[in-house]
Design a protein around this ligand. Structure first.
Ligand SMILES: [Cu+2]
Length: 178
């Protein structure tokens, strides 16, 4: 009787601990978001201005994100003029960094809408010249390969695996004591 109670208590405690750990850890990691570094650059204060990805020559590149994805843009001002990054979506997807001087950098975390579409980005001081497009693609695109290596295990599935392992161990432990 008391041995069963001890076994049951161990089981409940272990299940609770692992459920909290398994569910909390992936959720926290998901909110961190992907980091996209983007450079603001120019030919000087009165010259041409543009955005570029690190070590790329393509000016004002089209960026791709997933629907509902949270992305942190890391803007670095590599030029001589003042620049910022303004994501021109609506609601929570309309955000801008401060205007940065040469050599300065800033992070801008944006959660994109659940629907696929396009959103413009620009540098506010150089709007109309220094701007590009963000393609928001459907997160699960049927047979389409969206690129990148992604862990296909959902947090719920990983939690289930952990719970199963703990339940089995606790059961064996309680039987051994009895
Ligand atoms: Cu600019």
């Amino acid at each position: 009787m008391s041995t069963q109670k001890i076994g049951f208590t161990v089981l409940v405690a272990a299940l609770t601990l692992f459920a909290v750990t398994a569910l909390a850890t992936p959720a926290a990691a998901q909110t961190t978001g992907r980091v996209i570094e983007i450079w603001a650059d120019d030919e000087g204060v009165s010259g041409d201005w543009w955005f570029t990805l690190p070590n790329s020559t393509e000016k004002n590149p089209t960026l791709t994100v997933n629907a509902s994805e949270t992305v942190t843009f890391r803007l670095i001002n590599k030029g001589e003029a003042q620049h910022n990054l303004h994501i021109m979506g609506t609601g929570a997807a309309n955000k801008a960094t401060a205007i940065l001087g040469p050599g300065q950098e800033a992070n801008l975390t944006v959660t994109f809408p659940a629907n696929a579409g396009t959103i413009k980005y620009q540098c506010d001081p150089h709007a109309g010249v220094m701007e590009g497009t963000i393609t928001v693609q459907a997160a699960q695109g049927g047979n389409q390969n969206t690129g990148g290596n992604q862990n296909q295990n959902t947090p719920a599935f990983e939690a289930l695996l952990a719970l199963g392992a703990v339940a089995g161990a606790a059961f064996l432990l309680s039987r051994r004591k009895a």
